[in-house]
Design a protein around this ligand. Structure first.
Ligand SMILES: Nc1ncnc2c1ncn2[C@@H]1O[C@H](COP(=O)(O)OP(=O)(O)OP(=O)(O)O)[C@@H](O)[C@H]1O
Length: 586
């Protein structure tokens, strides 16, 4: 049992050490100053107590006490002054640490080439927690991290002071307090585990309340009358969580009371021993003042340590998650070759794929090729693997087997950065950046206004009041506005076009457009130029007429790839899909 406790304490201290390492990395000088001030602050109570004892002894012996009085005044003054200074320094360190942590999280994300991390639920949950808490965890870490160190030093100092007069009593008190601390710690640990369970539940609770309060879901929540059911779900989960937490609290109260009784008994015995020493004139009366102060300080530091360590614990686990995220290594390594956009053919050979952390293969032995300048429509039923294929072609996932190559260049050997610089895409679930219209089009690249306006014209999105290039596309920000689904899609298409790439992927970004607008836009992309290669996913079979070739996917397999008319003649399931849509649009 005790081994487990020591293991936990060891892990705790390791995490505390790592936390201090992060403090130093974030702000070396400020942390150093804080670390230097901490022992001074921690040992001041010792000086005050001893000065008080000596003062009383000198007074009763009718000797000069001025020196001890001055010492006591200085120590008391510093005891009051230092916390103000330390709070100030902690504030500066908190700001620096918050910036440091947030920037390092963003920098790490920048280094992630594939989407693998986002499919790993353990990492993804951690990442969500990391980004949600990054604004307040650093304060917690600094305030509690410094307090733990300070209280531990005071505690050690006080035990040493007591040991100077009665070593046995100091050891006895220590032996009562040690198991008390460990049990306290264990209880806090249990409380924390409940808190973690609670934190999982808390996220669910948050979601339920946001579901009924946020704009995003306001329409469907009303129409489908979801209020009562969601409130009921919230209530059930809330009370269930409360019950578990209360059970831990009750246990905590009982055990804490038992140990408190033991500590009071030992302290009283100690007090009695010191009274006897004073009666026998072995020690001066001042020792009683010292003893009372030492016991009060030991108990206070002890309580503080247990409370602060448990308050600090989840923040330390947060640091662990932070380190864990920074250490995340992708299974695929990036290539080194520069992408030559002047390729003659894109060749996909025996391509199979299983998503990371999944066992189901979603693409099986896909084969097709695209010549430079060709327009390929990728069609197939829902879930047939069209978007997955596009993600693989974009190097967002490494293939499980098989190859994608541009002439002789294998995609896996290309540097992701060089590849992404020369391709462009509009996704089905494209990003709605809460930035200005201009920034949404340029993806924060600096482009002349005239170019942005021309792009918007290309995708037929007129700049009519109140929409300007500087308008923020979100009501969350002052002066912001919201676009319609179709307008948003045009913004995504303008973003896709701004790259002027020779290799374009469209993963059905046009679902919210009417058939005419969609046809016009596809035509626009098709007419971009003879050396522009276009691969577009579409559900509207009318769009396949614009393509040179159609890649027909079924259950993750490439059933056929060829001109639309050829597929109609040779591939019955393709003909069936086409006829079905034709009838629907009649
Ligand atoms: N991140 C993921 N992890 C595991 N499986 C996934 C993931 N994303 C998609 N899948 C699975 O891969 C299969 C193919 O999905 P994909 O989105 O590629 O199909 P699609 O043809 O584009 O469908 P739709 O026409 O509905 O857009 C589906 O069975 C889907 O459940």
């Amino acid at each position: 049992m005790l081994v487990i406790h020591f293991e936990q304490i060891k892990q705790y201290l390791k995490l505390l050490y790592k936390t201090y390492q992060t403090f130093f990395k974030a702000a070396f000088k400020i942390t150093l100053l804080l670390v230097l001030l901490t022992p001074i602050q921690a040992l001041l109570p010792l000086v005050t107590v001893q000065a008080g004892q000596k003062l009383v002894d000198q007074l009763t012996a009718q000797k000069s006490y001025v020196y001890f009085l001055i010492l006591w005044i200085i120590a008391t003054l510093l005891t009051q002054l230092l916390p103000v200074l330390v709070t100030n320094i902690q504030g500066i360190l908190t700001d620096k640490l918050t910036g440091f942590i947030n920037i390092s999280l963003m920098e790490k994300s920048k280094k992630l080439m594939t989407l693998e991390l986002f499919d790993n639920s353990a990492y993804f949950d951690d990442l969500k927690l990391l980004s949600e808490d990054a604004s307040w965890r650093p304060v917690n870490l600094i305030v509690f991290g410094v307090a733990v160190l300070r209280d531990a030093l005071t505690l050690v100092g006080m035990f040493c002071l007591l040991g100077k007069y009665n070593c046995f009593l100091a050891l006895l008190l220590f032996s009562v307090l040690l198991p008390q601390t460990l049990v306290y710690y264990r209880i806090q640990q249990e409380a924390f585990e409940t808190m973690v369970t609670r934190s999982k539940n808390a996220r669910k609770l948050d979601y339920f309340s946001s579901l009924l309060l946020e704009r995003k879901d306001a329409k469907e929540v009303r129409i489908f009358q979801m209020f009562n059911s969601v409130i009921k779900k919230y209530r059930t989960l809330f009370f269930e969580t409360q019950r578990t937490v209360n059970a831990v609290r009750k246990k905590q109260l009982v055990i804490a009371s038992c140990f408190l009784l033991l500590t009071v008994t030992v302290s009283s015995l100690g007090f009695w021993w010191f009274i006897v020493q004073v009666q026998r004139q072995v020690l001066g009366v001042g020792i009683l003042l010292l003893y009372i102060s030492v016991i009060a300080s030991i108990i206070e530091s002890m309580t503080n340590i247990v409370e602060t360590t448990s308050l600090l614990y989840d923040s330390l686990l947060w640091v662990k998650k932070y380190e864990h995220f920074l250490d995340f290594k992708e299974s695929a390594t990036d290539g080194k070759l520069e992408f030559d956009a002047d390729f003659e053919a894109l060749i996909v050979k025996d391509l199979s794929f299983t998503y990371p952390f999944s066992t189901k293969e979603v693409l099986h032995q896909i084969n097709f090729s695209v010549k430079k300048g060709e327009r390929i429509a990728i069609v197939g039923e829902n879930g047939s693997g069209k978007s997955t294929l596009v993600k693989l072609l974009l190097k967002l996932y490494p293939a499980s087997s098989g190859t994608i190559s541009f002439d002789e260049q294998k995609l896996r050997d290309l540097s992701a950065k060089s590849y992404w610089q020369k391709v462009t895409v509009a996704f089905q679930d494209f990003s709605h950046f809460k930035l200005s219209l201009q920034d949404n089009v340029t993806a924060l690249e600096e482009l002349p206004e005239a170019t942005v306006k021309a792009l918007l014209q290309e995708v037929t999105l007129p700049l009519k009041a109140p929409l300007k290039l500087t308008t923020i596309l979100s009501r969350e920000f002052e002066g912001g506005t919201e676009l319609s689904g179709g307008q948003w899609q045009k913004v995504a298409l303008a973003r896709c076009l701004h790259r002027k790439s020779k290799l374009i992927f469209l993963d059905e970004p046009t679902a919210a457009l009417d058939a005419k607008s969609e046809q016009e836009l596809y035509r626009h992309f098709v007419e971009l130029g003879k050396d522009t290669t276009l691969l577009f996913v579409t559900h509207r079979m009318s769009a396949v007429n614009l393509a040179d070739k159609v890649l027909f996917l079924k259950d993750g397999r490439s059933v056929a790839c060829g001109p639309h008319k050829e597929l109609l003649a040779t591939e019955p399931s393709y003909r069936e899909l086409y006829e079905l849509q034709k009838q629907a649009y009649r």
